[in-house]
Design a protein around this ligand. Structure first.
Ligand code: ATP
Ligand code: MG
Length: 284
């Protein structure tokens, strides 16, 4: 059985639970006090933990897999394998200073105090840039440090920047970009590695489906070659005759981003009645 550690409650929890459910792995994630849950239809047990503890548990083999932010993985420095990027909980770690202060570059922080919950990532960044500054490690509410005189600057997680703004700070430098990742214990047994392969197969199918759409359109038969350039499909599009002479229905798969880039060209080539439909799972 695979033991999978996910965040108990926080910014990773909902998407982590959703991912495994979309992979068809059922487990009870509802009750708030629960720390463990065994899947009814896959050999997996889920552990609900604080995110900071997950890399350590995975390194020690208490959990076989875990989902954490890359920021936490890098900061804890644990020896685990990064299996896959998951594309959610995207955020950045940035330097911010009081809004009225001038900024010419990271060299400005020479001799300053910087408050952060990420001393390792910040320390490495300062070292790479040859800046000597004092790092004040605090575990939360980092953004109030300058206003209470604890530090000159902060280094904290930013997604929209509104927390910084409401504390009179401005973001001046992004030092690290993060998203959720799947990590695995080093040296998984053959049996567990096989289960991880199964999980990965499902995760990739779910991710491919999220990035792609099923597209149906009608076009004159002689426009098929041109339209195919924009929607090549998985192998090739399906072309079915319409009752209307000389017209066909073309079915294919298109990447979400490519759709918006190519839609005008597809229409110019003669496509009409275009339908774009979500895909639930996609296996190449
Ligand atoms: P815990 O109680 O489990 O220790 P926490 O308060 O440390 O939780 P969260 O705020 O839930 O952590 O954030 C978890 C992870 O989500 C972060 O490590 C980061 O990777 C990512 N994250 C943080 N803030 C944001 C945000 N604003 N938007 C998107 N992702 C974020
Ligand atoms: Mg935490």
């Amino acid at each position: 059985m695979l033991r999978i550690a996910i965040q108990k409650s926080g910014r990773l929890s909902d998407d982590s639970i959703k991912l495994f459910k979309e992979c068809g792995i059922q487990f009870d994630s509802s009750s708030s006090g629960k720390l463990k849950s065994i899947s009814a239809n896959f050999p997996a047990e889920f552990l609900f933990l604080r995110d900071d503890d997950i890399p350590g548990y995975v390194e020690d083999g208490v959990a076989d897999l875990g989902i954490v932010g890359e920021n936490v993985y890098t900061e804890t420095g644990r020896e685990v394998n990064v299996v896959h990027k998951l594309g959610f909980s995207k955020c950045r770690l940035s330097l911010a200073i009081p809004r009225g202060t001038q900024w010419n570059g990271v060299q400005d922080l020479h001799g300053c105090g910087i408050a952060t919950s990420y001393p390792r990532i910040l320390g490495n960044y300062l070292k790479e840039n040859g800046v000597e500054a004092e790092i004040h490690e605090i575990s939360g509410s980092v953004e109030i440090a300058p206003s209470i005189g604890l530090a000159d600057a902060v280094c904290d997680i930013v997604s929209s920047g509104s927390t910084l703004l409401s504390n009179g700070l401005k973001e001046v430098e992004v030092i690290y970009r993060s998203e959720a990742i799947l990590i695995a214990a080093p040296g998984l047994s053959g049996e567990k590695a096989a289960l991880l392969d199964k999980v990965m197969f499902r995760i990739k199918a779910v991710q491919a489906a999220q990035n792609n759409k099923y597209i149906l359109l009608n076009c004159p038969a002689d426009a098929v070659d041109k339209i195919m350039q924009y929607i090549p499909g998985m192998k090739a599009p399906t072309v079915l005759p319409l009752v209307t002479e000389g017209w066909v229905s073309l079915h294919s798969v298109i990447n979400e981003n490519d759709f918006w880039t190519n839609i005008e060209k597809i229409r110019e080539a003669g496509a009409e009645g275009i339908l774009v439909i979500p895909i639930e799972k996609m296996i190449r």
